[in-house]
Every structure is written in structure tokens, then in C-alpha cells.
Design a protein around this ligand. Structure first.
Ligand SMILES: [Ca+2]
Length: 99
């Protein structure tokens, strides 16, 4: 199951999120912006983000920063968005299953 049934819609969503989280409009998602995005998505999933150590965000950032320039391009960030959306879809499936 996917939240978005068509690819164009999911790309549009990723672009919208990129613009939302690129707060300083640098054209890249820097660490602080990435951290905010992760916190927002995890909060949606019901995670208490106050317990997450900084190291976890740093590791997550490195995972998506495929060219190692310490920031995420729109393309790198869209992979993160895809991953987060999959997580949210899985959560919905679990909740539907247990209801
Ligand atoms: Ca930025």
C-alpha cells in the first residue's frame, strides 16, 4: 500500500516538503533542517522525539547524504521522503490490522 497512488503525486509531495524544510532557501537541506523534518515525521508516527539522541540524526543524515557534502540535495531528500512515507503507510496498515 502506498499513500500516493501515482508517482507524479509523490514527486510533487517530495518537492513541496523540500521547499518547506529548506527554511533558509539555500537549495539544500542542511543538518538542522533535516533534523526538523525527521522530528516532524517521527511525531506523526507517534514517536517521542525528545528521547532520540543527536547521533541518530547524524547517522540518518549520512545515510541520505550520498555524495558526502554534509547537506541533502532535492534528489537525496526525496529518497528520505519516500522512506518516511513508506514508514507512515506501514503504520497505517498495522493500525488497520489491529482494529
Ligand atoms: Ca537549507
Amino acid at each position: 500500500m502506498n499513500i500516493f497512488t501515482n508517482r507524479a503525486e509523490s514527486e510533487r509531495f517530495a518537492k513541496q516538503k523540500f521547499e518547506q524544510y529548506d527554511v533558509d532557501k539555500s537549495g539544500y537541506i542542511e543538518y538542522g533542517e533535516f533534523r526538523q523534518a525527521v522530528q516532524d515525521f517521527l511525531t506523526l508516527r507517534g514517536v517521542d522525539v525528545s528521547k532520540i539522541p543527536a547521533q541518530d540524526y547524524e547517522d540518518g543524515m549520512k545515510e541520505y547524504d550520498t555524495n558526502n557534502d554534509q547537506r541533502l540535495s532535492a534528489e537525496e531528500f526525496s529518497k528520505f521522503i519516500d522512506f518516511m512515507l513508506e514508514g507512515l503507510a506501514l503504520k497505517e496498515e498495522r493500525e488497520e490490522g489491529s482494529a
